[in-house]
Write a protein of this length. Sequence first.
Length: 480
Amino acid sequence: MSAGQRTENGVRPWVRAAMRCGVVLAAAALSLPLATAAYAAPAPTPTVTVAAGADPLADAKTTLGPMLDRLHQLYQEAEAATEQYNAAVAQQAAQQQQVADLRARVASQQAAVNAGVDIAAQLAAAQYRSGRASDLADFMLAENPYQAVVIAQLLDAAGRSQKAFLDRLKSDRATLLELQAQAEQALVRTTALATQQEAAKADVAKRLAAVEDMVGSLTGAQRSELEELERRQADEAQLAFLASGALGKGERTPSEAGRKAVAWALKQLGKDYVWGGDGPDVFDCSGLTSQAWLNAGKPIPRTSQEQWAQLKHVPLNQIRPGDLVVYFGGATHIGMYIGGGLIVQAPHTGDVVKVSKIGAMPILGAVRPDPDSAADDKGGDWKVPQVTVGASRIAPAKPTTLPPRPAQPTPAKPTPPPATGTGTPTGTGTPSGSGTPSGSGTPSGSGTPSGSGTPSASATSTEAASRSASAPASGTPSAP
């Protein structure tokens, strides 16, 4: 083959083949980035749209709404129990004062009676010496002649008429006996109230423990969401209440005492809510309102129920600063109106004295501690205090503000079955001693029971003691 045949157009065949391979490889290399880019291209991000007026807390309301309702229920139950405890404390204090007053009256009358009896004895002795026995002597010899009299009255009666003296002495004896009976009854009532107070205290402890268990089980995020949900619910309730027109229009001027009560209550902002607290450092709802009005010169009942029952009711569209707003069907919560649709209150355990919106809770009504006092026009028109509405707060209470937790009941140990009375006792069951018990059905000296099968006296006594130990003491109150 000639050299011209080994080339084609001046290009050798092996060169042409190499060039073809290079073109193929280059084309493949150029195609790789394009394929990779097509594979890695991200999917388009879907557009999220929120409908106008949608509630961003809708999911929270669905999941946390029932939890917040349950927590509010526990708060109300705890406060209702607290008000029952406050009532028991107030009643016992009044009863103890009555007992003290009655004892003082009995002691005073008894001292006067002793002096009167001495005078009567001297008159009777004088008549005896003169040989003229009288009704006075018969009276002195009678059983229990002591009467309650005033010394001066005795002397005057004795000087004027012996008969009048005896009649007065007999009348005073009946009075003394009546006072003594009243004192004994008052003491019995005091003891009963003390028991009632302890039962109320135990109920408070149980209710507060339920609150603390629930609040303590929440995470920090859950508490924050619940607080936000509570705030929104309060705002919505306030708007609905104001839109109803129930509060009326404009600000009304308080009485002079009302100004003082509001000013005093606002000075307590930030102090802890504590069950049964009435100052100076801690308060519950009625403790704050009662102390505010006491410091304004007008004592009012201690509890929210008694404040609602005893104070004059006023329409909501007529309330003025210093009036008290009562909440819930059982009048278990109370706050003080300060104007501008706001109240100052001690809300619940775990919170502090703060300013809140009047319509945030279901309103029962309003009462006025000083209905006979006119508006204090001399003090000028009322200006709503420049105070910040307190934030919703769901938090555990300080341990120092809580009562001891109620003790958990100890399971009763099962009572061993009584002796069957059959069979022959062995070991330590064999009676010892030289004497042989007698009587029908009584074990013989050998420890073998008789045919009647009657248990031994010791077994019967053990069974009775076991039953007695397991039974509750009569008259012991149980916590509600």
